[in-house]
Ligand binder design. Structure first.
Ligand code: GTP
Length: 264
């Protein structure tokens, strides 16, 4: 399912769920990738959905990223999002032991879910990210611990500082997107269908505009012109992005999610 577009081959949507404990930098990571900016104080108690076209290795990819609210999701396994996502990025902070334990628990659960699938499906792809590496003096989780957990579950691992290292953030997303774009099983496990086809509720979703949308939309829009000339990695955002509140309850009504649950 490819279509030719200016500047490369256009492919279908890639869906990324950014999960983890509260306050580990999930929003900062997502916004950093999409706008190249670090937003220090950004608080939301809702899951947020970002949509943007990005350029990865001369291909334009439509990505949908759900930044899960740690505050509201700390105690529950986000089964709906896992069914939806092609990629789950599990974030912890190197200065927060509890956040690492949360990420580990999520990783174990995700591995179990994936193993229990009937098909030889390798979706979702996982990545474990240790953020706030700039806070070395306050570190309580050794890099080797992150490495070991990732190796145990055969998933990508990186430590980074969203605050200080934009290039590393871009590298993480690009590595994951490239991996995800490459079919990993004979059955082509990364088959996708449009999910949030539009913010206008095409498939029966209630997706409401959020008050901070204006601010972030303006940043996402600006990312278009700024990044296309400044990003040496070729990972520039290439079209105006949007951000809306994603209602978790709506995930259950999506046909794709229902099919995935039924074949589980
Ligand atoms: N020192 C440092 N602080 C960071 C970094 N990334 C994020 N932060 C800070 O960590 C705090 C939490 O960042 P958020 O992006 O809101 O974290 P979150 O995981 O989305 O939090 P929830 O919305 O509660 O789930 C903010 O004060 C950020 O400024 C980093 O790389 N280094």
């Amino acid at each position: 399912m490819k279509s030719e577009s200016k500047g490369g081959t256009k492919q279908r949507n890639f869906r990324i769920a950014v999960l983890g404990h509260s306050n580990v930098g999930k929003s900062a990571l997502t916004v950093r990738y999409l706008t190249r900016r670090f937003i220090g104080e950004y608080h939301s108690n809702s899951d947020l959905l970002y949509r943007q076209t990005v350029n990865v290795q001369n291909s334009q990819l439509d990505v949908e990223i759900v930044d899960v609210s740690g505050e509201t999701r700390d105690c529950e396994f986000p089964a709906d999002l896992v069914q939806w996502a092609d990629v789950c990025i599990l974030v912890y902070a190197v200065n927060d032991r509890a956040s690492f334990e949360t990420a580990r628990r999520l990783l174990e659960r995700l591995s179990l879910e994936r193993k229990s699938r009937s098909k030889d499906e390798e979706r979702p792809v996982f990545a474990l990210i240790g953020n706030k590496a700039d806070l070395e003096h306050f570190r309580v989780v050794a890099k080797s611990e992150g490495c070991e957990s990732a190796a145990e579950h055969n998933c990508y691992f990186a430590e980074l500082s969203v605050a200080e290292d934009c290039d590393e953030v871009i590298k993480v997303f690009e590595t994951i997107l490239v991996r995800c774009r490459t079919p990993t099983s004979p059955s082509g496990s990364l088959k996708k269908e449009p999910y949030f086809g539009s913010t206008e509720n095409k498939s029966g979703f209630t997706i409401r505009k959020f008050s901070v949308t204006k601010i972030l939309s303006s940043l996402l829009a600006k990312a278009t012109s700024n990044n296309s000339s400044s990003n040496s990695n070729g990972g520039a955002a290439t079209s105006n992005g949007t951000m809306v509140v994603c209602q978790p309850s709506d995930l259950h009504r999506n046909k794709l999610v229902q099919r995935r649950l039924a074949s589980h």
